[in-house]
Write a protein that binds this ligand. Sequence first.
Ligand code: G3P
Length: 219
Amino acid sequence: MKFFIDTANLEEIKQAKEMGLIDGVTTNPSLIAKEGSINFKEHIAKICQIVEGDVSVEVTALDVEGMLHQGRDFASISPNVVIKCPLTLDGLKATRILSSEGIKVNVTLCFSPAQAILAAKAGATYISPFIGRLDDISHEGMQLITDIVKIYKNYNFQTQVLAASIRHPRHVVESALAGAHVATIPFKVIKQLVKHPLTDIGLELFLADWGKFSKQANN
Ligand code: G3P
């Protein structure tokens, strides 16, 4: 399972890279806006210099021509760039065209298996089902991941399932159990993944015992 970090913050990306766990980055307009008054394209170029893997950058145009224009423009920033298109009819048309030009596309804002089938048929490299936002409206977000993985396997679709809108470690584990190819994870959740109280207690005990042993050995 690949881990992408779901952020546009350079410091978080650098720290996650140092952990050695990150295979790519996903951004969206909300995450970019959080970074304040940055130069958008320069900022994406900086992200691409930090990470070696795929960096998803979202178009904001709503029509095919606008999406193609932005998609080609963003893709020219770096070979790492993957274009995020929304799951609309225009987004699917743009996905087909950009994919046929050799530009990878991540189809975003997926909330149903039907939408995921269309994204695969349009030639998307990634489909991004939003787990947390479905949970927010009392739907079972994880069922969507399970359903899409099964459908894609049934037809040998090459589109990779990128579990998005992850809110806590359980979302990561359940996505892995369901067979998602990628999880895009906020930095906070990446740090939560390592934590277990029994690890902390075990370490404390080992160090206390080692202290006793060292004292004896020195006598
Ligand atoms: O990048 C898309 C997705 O991960 C957004 O997550 O928490 O805003 O629903 P969230």
